[in-house]
Design a protein around this ligand. Structure first.
Ligand code: ADP
Length: 475
């Protein structure tokens, strides 16, 4: 497979100004699969210049034109879904099933926002005093910097690109260093379907932090949309403050799962398994803390363990493997270290707990005897490790679930009436009731507390890239 491994600036693929490159590795065996162009300050500034030049003409494009370009991107990605998934498997390490699911989810953002592009709402009303007509128009914010992580290299990018482009903003995409090939592949699709030069740009700056800061400091950049860690998000918010740049932030999570005493065991195990094992556990929405009522704890653990045992672990290109590699050996070692620390704090390994000698693989792992507050419970695990805390009192479970600075995702299993009552009390931007997966392009994705600001997807997602303009007319 040949990869696009250059920068994309002003409609052209080109190497960085110094010609330097960095390695992109296959996490399943550490081999170098590509060498990607390093973007220098000069390249980053050229990307901002190109996006700034394209801003007015793109904002003036008819919504239907923007819509149909996005729709074409969706159709190309549908035709090429296997290629799309394979790029992700190679550079991210995830299983084929996870990559295929991501490809399917990611391309849906182009379809959804192709439909939203032609439905941007406005408002018109008479003032209460009757002296004026109030027109509320919505205009694209302008040049938008989109920064994405490695865990969902396609979906996190389309979730930003699609609404930004639908709104009439021009974009600079900065993918994670571990996974630039998926981003480059998608940008090439956008070029092929006819997005004009400057509307979509791709840079991979090295060093990341200082060069991103320089882009944010450019007055033309009016929007930052970031998905990544809370720590980096805080730094970026500070950088945005200087120029009062609008920021949408999808940050870390520490999702609790509450299994109520009256939960249907099959539903709870199946849902909790999805919530944990989707994408190998490398998801900000991944179930991180399992609070299971003492009356069904043992049955839940036995069933969960039996289901985990069915996960075959190995390279994603072998399509029958259900669990792929973590993105890097360093990430795998972080997961292993969390398990070691949980055991030293008193947890028991029921299953797994092993790194593989070759590749960034870690076995599906189940821990019991975990206590609320252990490091494994206050840290985003980002791997295939299930940490079960047993509880007796539902109010106490809710208190523990809310006892975190994060508030992205929560899961509740139980009879619907009780589960809904618990869902309302959980401090999270999203709650799944009796199911393990919530993500949908038609729904607003986002967190409360330190998990983020703003929403992606749904009818809300496009609003993040638009700002109101009030025009007053004499009545
Ligand atoms: P993760 O734990 O998912 O790698 P990070 O927050 O470290 O989360 O990275 C998410 C994205 O933010 C990546 O594209 C990464 O390159 C980028 N990034 C990391 N540090 C900075 C920084 N200081 N400024 C801007 N972007 C950064």
């Amino acid at each position: 497979m040949t990869y696009f491994a250059d920068l994309f600036i002003d409609g052209c693929w080109r190497p960085g100004s110094t010609g330097e490159r960095f390695d992109v590795l296959d996490p399943s065996n550490q081999s170098v699969i590509s060498r990607f162009a390093v973007a220098t300050e000069e390249d980053c500034m050229a990307a901002v210049d190109a996006a700034a030049r394209a801003r007015e003409p793109w904002a003036a494009t008819a919504p239907r034109v923007r819509s149909e370009l996005l729709r074409s991107a969706y159709e190309v990605l549908t035709d090429e879904v296997d290629v799309f998934a394979e790029v992700m498997v190679r550079e991210n390490g995830k299983s084929w099933g996870d990559a295929f699911a991501e490809a399917t989810y990611a391309k849906e953002f182009f379809r959804w926002f192709s439909e939203e592009a032609v439905r941007i709402p406005g408002d018109y009303r008479l003032s209460p005093s009757g002296d004026k007509r109030i027109i509320v128009d919505r205009q694209p914010m302008g040049v938008s910097l989109l920064i994405t992580p490695w865990n969902f290299p396609a979906a996190m990018a389309t979730r930003k690109l699609a609404p930004a482009l639908a709104a009439g903003c021009t974009t600079i995409l900065k993918p994670a260093r571990e996974t630039p090939l998926t981003a480059a592949y998608m940008v090439e699709v956008l070029r092929r379907v006819g997005f004009p030069p400057g509307v979509v740009n791709l840079v991979t700056p090295v060093p990341t932090g200082p060069l991103v800061a320089k882009m944010i400091a450019r007055p033309e950049v009016r929007k930052l949309s970031f998905t990544g860690s809370t720590e980096v998000g805080r730094d970026l918010l500070r950088e945005c403050a200087a120029g009062v740049v609008s920021a949408s932030m999808e940050l870390g999570g520490n999702a609790p799962v509450i299994v109520l005493p009256d939960a249907d065991l099959d539903t709870a195990v199946e849902g909790a398994l999805h919530a944990k094992m989707r994408n190998g556990g490398s998801a900000c929405t991944a179930a991180n803390r399992f609070y299971v009522h003492s009356s069904i704890h043992d049955a839940f653990v036995a069933r969960f363990s039996a289901s985990l045992a069915e996960y075959t672990v190995g390279p994603g290109l072998e399509r029958t493997n259900r669990l792929g590699a973590l993105v890097s050996v360093a990430e795998r070692d972080k997961v292993a270290d969390l398990v070691t620390s949980a055991v030293s704090e008193g947890a028991t390994i029921v299953q797994g707990g092993q790194s593989h000698p070759v590749g960034a693989f870690y076995d599906p792992t189940l821990l019991t005897g975990v206590k609320h507050g252990m490091r494994i419970n206050s840290t985003e695990i980002f791997g295939p490790v299930t940490a079960v805390v047993m509880y007796d009192d539902v109010d106490e479970a809710i208190r523990m679930a809310n006892d975190t600075e994060y508030g992205l995702m929560a899961y509740v299993f139980g009879q619907e009436r009780e589960a809904l009552a618990v869902a309302r009390r959980l401090e999270a931007g999203m709650v799944a009731v009796n199911r393990g997966v919530v993500s949908d392009p038609a729904a607003p994705f986002g967190g409360v507390k330190q998990s983020g600001l703003g929403r992606e997807g749904g009818s809300e997602g496009i609003l993040e890239f638009l700002e109101e303009k009030y025009i007053a007319l004499t009545a």
